[in-house]
Design a binder for this molecule. Structure first.
Ligand code: ATP
Length: 218
């Protein structure tokens, strides 16, 4: 099993559990849609997997090893976390932001750039790369962030509301990118309130409700 959650519980405030005894098995090629109402804990679940939060109980395993400890670096190198709010520098151009991300992830130019260039081309971002990000529309910001994140050769993708800001042409590109990565052996976990795209792309669905995660028919 690639990624496992074993009995994970979490609370921000004492005695107000957000996740209760959550277990999950994720395999190579999975495209798993985590459904749940606003505030049900989907982002919290992703933050626990991305090590931004620590479980109160239980553990997260990557290839059967805890993601904290000796496997930590390998885990973070293999993980892409596309957060719902893109973190970009408004006062830098698109290209300068891209350079920042490449350095942040210590990606050699020859590995990162072909992936990035392919995505930027398909998202029709090339003409915008020399202008300041503060002049981007919401969709353009999102596509730049997406192209940077998908510039990495990761094994696990956590995508928090990845489809909402995209127009139809960009959605088709995004869907194909997700599918290609999964076909190449990556695991994808995503949250979304956009039902039609999610139904199209998901290989499996789970529902987070009252702190518990349960299998859900698609
Ligand atoms: N930093 C925090 N401190 C305290 N409580 C928090 C914090 N972040 C989130 N919460 C609470 O935890 C619960 C789960 O929030 P979370 O953001 O994980 O939900 P979500 O399912 O991602 O929601 P949405 O669909 O609106 O994005 C909510 O009740 C929220 O108010």
């Amino acid at each position: 099993m690639m990624l496992q959650l074993r009995g994970v519980s979490f609370e921000y405030e004492p005695n107000q559990p957000v996740l209760q005894n959550v277990s999950l098995d994720v395999q190579e090629g999975d495209i798993l849609w985590i459904q749940g109402a606003n505030g049900s804990g989907k982002t919290t679940l992703f933050r626990l997997i991305a090590q931004l939060l620590m479980p109160k109980e239980g553990e997260v395993l990557y290839h059967s090893q805890p993601i904290i400890g000796p496997k930590r670096k390998e885990w973070l190198a293999d993980l892409v976390y596309l957060q719902a709010n893109p973190y970009l520098f408004d006062y830098l151009t698109g290209k300068e932001n891209v350079r920042f991300f490449r350095h942040l992830f210590a990606m050699p130019e020859d590995q990162f750039c072909p992936y990035f260039a392919q995505t930027a081309e398909r998202f029709r971002l090339n003409d915008a790369l020399d202008i300041l990000v503060q002049d981007y529309s919401l969709g353009m910001r999102y596509k730049l962030f997406w192209a940077c994140m998908f510039g990495r050769e990761a094994r696990v993708f956590l995508l928090d509301e990845p489809f909402a800001p995209l127009d139809e042409a960009s959605l088709n590109v995004a869907i194909e990118m997700v599918r290609t990565r999964a076909e190449n052996g990556a695991a994808v976990l995503f949250t979304s309130h956009v039902r039609d795209v999610s139904t199209q792309i998901a290989t499996r669905t789970m529902l987070l409700e009252n702190g518990r995660l349960a299998q859900q028919p698609i």
